[in-house]
Design a protein. Sequence first.
Length: 357
Amino acid sequence: MKLSFLGLLSLLFMTTQVWGQSLDFRLGGNRYMLGMSGDYVESDTVRARVLSIDVGGRIEGKLDEDLSYHVWLMGSFENGSNKATGVIAEYEPNQAINLREGGLIYRPLSFLRLDIGSLNQNDFQSPLLVWNTAFAGLSLKVHFGGFYLRAMQAIPNNNILTRRAGGIDEGNPLFTTGTLGYQFSNDDVGLHLAFTRFSFSSLSSQVAINSKDLGNSTNGVGTATRFLYGFEGNNVSSDLNWKFKKDWQLQANGQYLFNEKAPNGRNQGYLAEVGAGLSHFTVRVGTFKNESDTAPAFYNARTFGHNNVKGEVVSLVSEGKDSFMRLSYVNSKTIGFNVHQTDMQIVNFSMVRNYDF
């Protein structure tokens, strides 16, 4: 019944998109985005050089005083080369338009927010758990002072990776979370802390097959392939930004991930980064480790090599009011033997410019 309920919500959202043109929409913050990104990947199992031109747009508005809508679409037009062994080729150049997020937002009270539609998982700021992609689902958030409680039930997917692999049957999985968080900001300090209880269930055999190549442990073959361990546990994330001496700032962010369904040596992950620089330019260095079975590798970030990896990251970041640029180098080393995983070096850059309309 839970999945059927989420399916009904998704259908309601898509239907609203169709007949919404006849409603008296009051436009809110609308903008479009132009950008460029690229990946240079080198290892014994993956060799990729990919360049992408990215074009997107975001539309927001109100249906009435308590009900609003938002849609964020991004088109990525990639060219380049990719050579990979194994089942999945996640750096294969692709041209596609992706829904980053979208749906309805209901705020009947100042401290209460209900989201229905495609929910961007980047809100968790936890790349070792889930990546920057949209899950169809329902989220309820309650604020009290700087604290908040959030409950989410969603259908996980990775449409970007599915298209690169030529089609993957993800079945009808379920991702549930409960979060206690704290946010604080003023002119000098920004702080965000979150503790999340998470669970994945009903993951398909094809997701397991592809996740094995990305570091997870599985058993069985073909359609009988299953994850060796379940995924249920805790995730902690943090983000701190401190501005001082007018134009200088310090930054720190981190994540700790624990899967109580997997044994020691396979169930923990962490990411820690620190940075310093001018108000619009910082240098960041970090370290990470993500053991083999902390989370389904199919749904977390490729930035660090998914699962069964550890290493270091160095980034140069420039942020302005309407622009963002990032250049990163990741040295990712495998923890345990996996025939389709080897030590990997990844250079990634991205730049985007936002325009209001």
